[in-house]
Design a protein around this ligand. Sequence first.
Ligand SMILES: *Cc1c(COP(=O)(O)O)cnc(C)c1O
Length: 434
Amino acid sequence: MKLFSTRDNNHKSIYKDAIFQGLTPDGGLYFPESFPDMSDFIKNCHGMSFNSIAEHIVYELIKDETSKDSVKRIVNNAFTFKPEIMRVSEDISILELYTGPTCAFKDYGASFLASSMEEFLGDRKEKAVILAATSGDTGSAVAKAFEGKDNIEVVILYPSGKVSPLQEKQLTTIGGNITALEVKGTFDDCQKMVKEAFGNKDLKSKVNITSANSINIGRLVPQSLYYIYAYSQLKPGSDLMFTVPSGNFGNLTAGLFAKKWGLPVKQFIAATNNNKIVPEFLDSGIYNPRPSVQTPSNAMDVGAPSNFERMMTMFDSNVENFRKVIKGDFVNDEDTIKTMQRYYSERGQILDPHTAVGILATERFQQANSEAKKYNSLVLSTAHPGKFVEVVEDAIKVSPQLPAALSSLLNKEKVSTVIGNEYSELEKFLVTNY
Ligand SMILES: *Cc1c(COP(=O)(O)O)cnc(C)c1O
């Protein structure tokens, strides 16, 4: 898979190197040089398993740099879970992406990146230390994905006392090659410390630190797979519409990749909360990133979406090209909560706030475009409602059941290493331990 930088088209890489880079050296994002036409395969993939589809697509993408057996290992080590489709109303189904180890769609990207790194580190005979900061939600997907991986250590920084009890358990009970650093400071402190580490050449000459954040191309590729799998589960010849609850727009960008490979998607809906930077851009042509605002769907509280740059490359920086495939909409806090209440009272359906944003945006689109009711409408359901207990309880006065993968953590003992919020403390910890 040949890749280039969104900032400097002369900087090139391939998949198995780019995953260890994260960002390109000039601060841009890796973008595929070409999109192989896989429409014949996609047309004929009905009824196939998720992993068989994944093996085929991934091999097609990286066959110039690795073997079929290696792709099989990467896929089957990554995916011990698969998406489910569930109808939630007459005209809308959700694609449940929360059946992985931490009950959110980020498990797909993190698991696949982890198994890719494990595979290719074996070739290089190297060890790597994954370094990440988390405000609570996303770090656990990374931590869990890398659990027990050969030649990889993971160090996650989180702000002490500022993550929910369940989130803390998710970070601090894995053990083994996963270390939770409990920082006496804020999430911004954690992020600053990690950033400084990546910018420090002296440290990097001593410890092979690597990032696993969501802009990594190794997290995007696997997210394309479930769009294709969803198609494989529907009636052949279906016209598809996907609604993507979005924050950094990785999920949507992955869907656009799938379309480029030949998936017959009629329409994408980019659904945001009040952080409506992209819907605004689609409407006015003006891109105005700004500080994020807090909402009930807080995993989408992003004011400067990192994948916007990839979408600009894809659409030649022309808003008209975006508009041909993507419709933007945003859902405010009140309507998010009302949608959760309505689905619970009318259908007994408990939605997480992110999925609720997607569902209301879909309903509005269907009301405004009669054609759209003929499409197979799928809303990406990005998290299990049990992950957002407080918001759900507040909205519908009922406690969502915690999935077993999460409830079993509550009895486990927390193990963390407490450090101050100075970069020097992080450096000392890394140099001493790795
Ligand atoms: C990360 C996340 C999103 C946003 O996904 P992007 O790829 O950043 O657009 C939506 N919902 C949940 C639950 C998330 O964790």
